[in-house]
Design a protein around this ligand. Structure first.
Ligand SMILES: Cc1cc2nc3c(=O)[nH]c(=O)nc-3n(C[C@H](O)[C@H](O)[C@H](O)COP(=O)(O)OP(=O)(O)OC[C@H]3O[C@@H](n4cnc5c(N)ncnc54)[C@H](O)[C@@H]3O)c2cc1C
Length: 465
């Protein structure tokens, strides 16, 4: 194959942002994407929005969202563990992203009403992440970027952090053939290792066997591993990830956004022993939905159940799978395979502890329990009105945080403290620089867009373009 200025490994948001940026600077670019064409776009194709600083209202963003406020939100969510310089860089460059994206045909829409209340802070993609990725791929084709699908990078020739060539295994029609693709620079944008159950097992033990992976099965962490083996410096903890509660009936991979359940704050959540284990009403759902994956992962057999009564219907987004519905708590226990006596006792104890209040699902209301462990701090209403609904829940892993340390030019840092000569990283594979723990909605796509562009700029410069 010809030599390229830039080889991009991974064709999601971060990879395409790097490729388009470098191409605009005149670089000859190839994107190697392990998925077939119709599954291209990785986890990015499941997304809906990204977080963006803006000093004044825009056509798609309400009010203003200053850089300091954005940084304060990020620091709160990550408990101040985000790299300060990279966070500042991320936030300051987020503001220019919507206009940059529009030139490639990306379109936005105002935020819909929904459970996550993001109209001021997040820009929504018209048609979702799938339309976003289709726009980028169409723009890449127009610009003359070469895209290889079914092309998994299985090896890297990069002595002393200097990229020379990628070893690629082709699937599909050219089943199993390997070839080398050489280039002057490499951008690794191949996601985390969330779909590699074996790697998850190293971090989580056998609990990982009960995890559901919300996104692409292609993010196996292979390139992350290759880079670490080649002497790149790691950042982050292998157990840290974004993980939410999903319907236990969701497919093992790629179920996307529709398997998320938002019923949790409006009822109780019990484990397989029919016992509550966390305050379901601790804070507003946008600030708490992303803790439930880890909470459920810590429960026996990594399963839990959201239980609500008829009063809760209409207060949360409809579920993709219908709830188990019953006329009594005992009957519901039977349908969910829970110990009936225990569930009855848990619901009765909860109901006794509920104090009178004015229910308001859209605010931190005064409906709470008293004398109950764990407490329910808001939206506590007696569970007494049939039909009673139950949803089985599993940890739904969105993406992992362990990744490659980078500098402010998105260059991969090597363990000897020196940046790699011509290797850049963007997106999930370096998200751990910002996200050691915690999450704020929309930051995944901001990280990919901003650092994808920075990586593309750097790689093109390196190639003399
Ligand atoms: C259901 C869901 C909803 C989400 N919603 C949002 C949202 O609304 N807003 C937000 O900010 N974030 C959201 N996220 C997180 C977001 O998807 C990621 O942060 C972001 O997409 C990461 O982009 P990326 O380009 O790094 O990775 P990806 O988009 O996953 O792209 C990585 C690509 O690399 C390819 N690849 C992997 N290994 C190899 C290899 N060895 N060789 C070649 N190619 C390889 C994969 O096929 C994939 O296409 C969501 C995630 C999921 C799963």
């Amino acid at each position: 194959m010809d030599a390229f200025d830039l080889v991009v490994a991974g064709g999601g948001n971060a990879g395409l942002c790097a490729a388009l940026t470098a191409r605009q600077a005149g670089a000859r670019v190839i994107v190697l994407e392990s998925a077939p064409r119709f599954l291209r776009g990785g986890n990015s194709r499941h997304t809906r929005n990204f977080r963006c600083a803006h000093p004044a209202p825009t056509d798609v963003l309400a009010d203003s969202y200053g850089e300091d406020e954005f940084l304060a939100d990020l620091n709160r969510a990550t408990e101040h563990e985000a790299d300060p310089a990279l966070s500042r860089l991320l936030i300051s460059r987020s503001a220019g992203c919507p206009d940059w994206m529009r030139q490639f045909g990306v379109r936005f829409q105002s935020s819909l009403r929904g459970t996550l209340h993001l109209g001021r802070t997040n820009v929504f993609f018209l048609g979702g992440g799938k339309a976003l990725m289709n726009s980028y791929y169409a723009a890449a084709e127009r610009a003359g970027i070469r895209v290889e699908y079914d092309a998994e990078v299985i090896g890297l020739e990069a002595p002393d952090g200097r990229f020379q060539a990628a070893v690629v295994r082709k699937q599909g029609e050219t089943n199993g053939r390997t070839e080398k693709v050489s280039g002057r620079a490499l951008v690794v944008a191949a996601g985390g290792f969330e779909s590699n159950i074996e790697w998850l097992r190293e971090a989580w033990g056998s609990a990982a066997d009960n995890f559901i992976i919300r996104g692409t099965p292609y993010n196996t962490g292979r390139i992350l591993r290759l880079m670490l083996d080649a002497g790149a410096e790691r950042i982050g903890d292998p157990r840290q990830c974004h993980a939410i509660a999903v319907d236990a009936r969701a497919p093992r991979f790629d179920g996307g956004i529709v398997t998320r359940l938002d019923s949790l704050p409006f009822g109780i959540v019990v484990n397989r022993h029919a016992e509550r284990f966390y305050d379901e009403g601790e804070d507003v759902w946008p600030k708490r939905y992303a803790i439930w994956g880890r909470l459920i992962a810590a429960q026996p057999d990594q399963i839990a159940f959201s239980i609500v009564d008829a009063k809760a219907s209409g207060t949360f987004m409809p579920s993709v799978f219908p709830p188990k519905a019953a006329g009594s708590i005992r009957e519901l226990a039977g349908l969910l395979d829970l110990p009936a006596d225990r569930l009855d006792a848990t619901v009765a104890a909860f109901n006794r502890a509920v104090r009178p209040g004015t229910f308001n699902h859209a605010a931190l209301d005064d409906c709470r329990t008293e004398g109950l462990t764990p407490p329910k701090s808001h939206w506590a209403q007696r569970i007494d009105t049939p039909p009673f609904w139950g949803y089985p829940l599993r940890p739904g892993i969105t993406f992992t945080y362990l990744g490659l340390k980078v500098d402010e030019s998105a260059r991969v840092m090597m363990t000897n403290g020196v940046p790699a000569a011509n290797i850049y990283a963007a997106g999930e594979i370096m998200a751990g620089n910002i996200l050691r723990k915690g999450y704020i909605a929309g930051i995944g796509m901001t990280i990919g867009t901003v650092f994808g562009r920075i990586a593309g700029e750097g790689a093109a410069r390196h190639a003399g373009r």
